[in-house]
Every structure is written in C-alpha cells, then in structure tokens.
Design a protein around this ligand. Structure first.
Ligand SMILES: *Cc1c(COP(=O)(O)O)cnc(C)c1O
Length: 370
C-alpha cells in the first residue's frame, strides 16, 4: 500500500507547525468531529494508533484478568495483543472463507461463561455481518468491539462501518487507506465512554491540556486514575483532515481497480479474489486472492514468480496463533484461518497502479495457472 500523500498534506502539516500548536489541540478536535461524522458515530476520540484504541476500548469495558475475549487469529497481531495488555486471555475464533471474518457460529463455538467481550475485525476492509454479530452480542450479553483498522470507507447494510457500533477502533497507519503517519481513533455513540476515553488517553486528567490553555482562569487539573499518554498530535490531525476529504474519491478509485482485477481474473482458473459480501461493500484495503488446488502452483512460488517479474505482492493476512508470541496458547481447530493464511496473497492495489500494471500482474498469474 503506497499512501497517497501530496502537497496539500504537506501544507496542512506546515500550517500546524507554524501555528505553534503541535500537540493535541484544535486540529485534533476537528479531525475527531469530522471523522466520527463520516463513519456515522456520535463521538470520536483520537489516539496514537489502532493498537492503543483497542487497548482503551477494553479498559472502558472494564475487561481484565480472568476474562476471556474472543478475537480472530486471522488478523494483524495487535488485535490479540490488546487483550493481553489488560491481563485478559485472547480466545481465537475461526473465520469465514469468503470474507475472512468471524461469524456468529464461529464466535459461539468458542464462547464460555468467562467471555467478557468479542473483538470482531472488518478484515482487509471487508465488513463482517454487523447485523448478525451485534444482535448475537446483545443476546449473549457480551459487548462487541469492532476492529475497524482497515475499514474507513467500507459500508454494511447501506451505512458506513462504524454507524450503530457500540465501540470501534480505527487505524491511520500508512498501510491503511487514510493515514496520519501513525494514529488511531475510537468511535462510540456513548458520551460517557467518550469522556472516559479522553481521560484515559491523557494521563487520567480531568481537564484536557487544550481546555486548560483555552481558559482565561487558571485551571487546576487533577489525575483521577492511572492512565496513559496515547494522544495524537495536531500535526497528524492536520494531515488526517486532508486525507479524510479525499477518502470517498480514493475508495471509488480502488473499487474501480478492484473491479478490473475481477474481470481479468475471472478467466484464470483456481484463483478466488476477495469480493463484496451480500450485505455491504469493501473499500478493498487489501485485495487478496485465495489459491485453490486447481491452480497447481503454491502461494510461495507464486510470490517468488511475481517478485521475479518485478511485482511486489505480499503474503496473505497473518494468523496470530502461529506466531511465537502465542506459542503458549492451544486454540481449538482453526482450519479456515490456516488455509487462508497459507494459500492467499495480496496483490498490489494503490492509487498509482495503472491498467498496464494490472495486465502485467494478471499475465504472470495466468501463465502460472495449471
Ligand atoms: C493495522 C491493524 C491494526 C493496528 O493498527 P496500528 O494503527 O498500526 O496500531 C490493528 N488491527 C488490524 C486489523 C489492523 O489491520
């Protein structure tokens, strides 16, 4: 993923520097409002990354030692790590082969009386079935945290991912569609949670530094709980505001490139590209392709052949339970996760990709086909 950063972003960052306000300030506040509005959430609380956003979401839900949190193993490792930050135990659920996402059935299969929360991921931008999982979560009395790191600009049931969510975590890392260098956001409709999140990201202070500076009277802050420094800077937010204004156009372009990949790949037997689920639209953050037995060549060989042809494809999404950091965990069977992580790869899809590039890439894949 090559981030689309231009002169406007450079100018906005320079303006923030010249304003003299570089830490969390007015630009962060504006970015929070505009981002939350764009994803249909009542409140946005900007933080330093999606990893810290997930951490704070678990703190707000009061998840801690002795609790289990169900997560997909098929995700970037930060999803599972956040559970460990609060001393809870990640329990891995398998995913659906076509969406790469957990389902009501796969979560239910690993649910226990100790389950205190579920973190479902909109993997690679493909929305999970929000209606089904949110309904099941309420029925079980288990809150649903949405890892929407990849899902800015994706939709489900005609609404942006984020709308109607209890609590969602977003990423603005350069690998994602909308970047601020590093950065993240928590969105929620609950004003009390939003207030607590603001406190948690800023050392547990009862008044923000921005409010303190804005006040004509001296404000004596106090520290209400042991918390964190997970703030975003105004320089980052300035870049984010420009990026946000381009998001819709960026998603439209990516979906057009993805549609062209679909057309070209339709005639290559044994390759199954990711596509929209029935209930929503992906932003194609990751354009992954599953390699079937019919294809005749294994994933790593395909990656090597693409690299030899000058194409930098990547392995598919990782599985946390296969990493050394989780060697002490013995999960139940995760056959779909293991198949997807072993047999899929991610094709280049970025703003600078040309039709010639796509023809070249698919040409290599066609030649390798069984
Ligand atoms: C990228 C990503 C994260 C971590 O985001 P950071 O902002 O880099 O902390 C978490 N979850 C998923 C699904 C991701 O893709």
């Amino acid at each position: 993923m090559i981030p689309r950063l231009g002169e406007e972003e450079a100018q906005a960052a320079a303006d923030a520097v010249r304003s003299g306000w570089v830490a969390q300030g007015p630009r962060v506040a504006r970015f929070e409002q505009e981002f939350a509005a764009s994803v249909g959430a009542g409140h946005g609380v900007a933080v330093s990354s999606c990893t810290t956003a997930l951490h704070l979401a678990l703190v707000v839900l009061d998840v801690g030692p002795g609790d289990e949190v169900i997560v997909p193993s098929f995700s970037f490792i930060a999803t599972a790590n956040a559970v460990r930050y609060v001393g809870a135990t990640p329990v891995f659920a398998d995913v659906d082969l076509t969406t790469g996402n957990v389902t009501v059935a796969s979560v239910d299969a690993v649910r226990t009386p100790r389950t205190r929360a579920v973190i479902a991921v909109h993997q690679g931008g493909v929305p999970f079935d929000v209606a089904a999982l949110r309904e099941a979560g309420s029925r079980w009395g288990v809150p649903l945290i949405e890892d929407a790191a990849c899902a800015a600009g994706s939709t489900a049931y005609g609404q942006p991912v984020g709308a109607g969510s209890t609590i969602s975590a977003w990423s603005f890392h350069p690998r994602k569609l909308l970047t601020t260098g590093e950065g993240g956001m928590v969105t929620t409709d609950d004003p009390a949670w939003a207030a607590r999140l603001r406190q948690l990201r800023e050392h547990g202070m009862n008044v923000s530094a921005a409010d303190r500076h804005a006040s004509a009277q001296p404000v004596l802050e106090s520290y209400l709980e042991t918390a964190f420094n997970y703030r975003m800077t105004d320089i980052q937010a300035a870049i984010g505001l420009v990026q946000l204004s381009r998001l819709a156009e960026l998603v439209t372009h990516r979906r057009a490139l993805a549609a062209r990949y679909h057309d070209l790949l339709a005639t290559v037997e044994g390759l199954v590209p990711v596509h929209d689920p029935a209930y929503g639209e992906t932003n194609y953050q990751s354009f992954w392709v599953l390699i079937n037995r019919k294809y005749g060549v294994g994933r790593d060989e395909v990656l090597a052949e693409l690299a030899a042809a000058g194409v930098s494809a990547r392995r598919g999404i990782m599985a946390a339970h296969l990493e050394p950091a989780y060697a002490d965990v013995t999960p139940g069977p995760l056959p779909v996760t293991e198949r997807l992580t072993r047999d899929s790869l991610i094709l280049p899809l970025h703003h600078a990709l040309t039709e010639d590039d796509q023809d070249h890439i698919v040409g290599v894949l066609r030649k390798l086909a069984g």
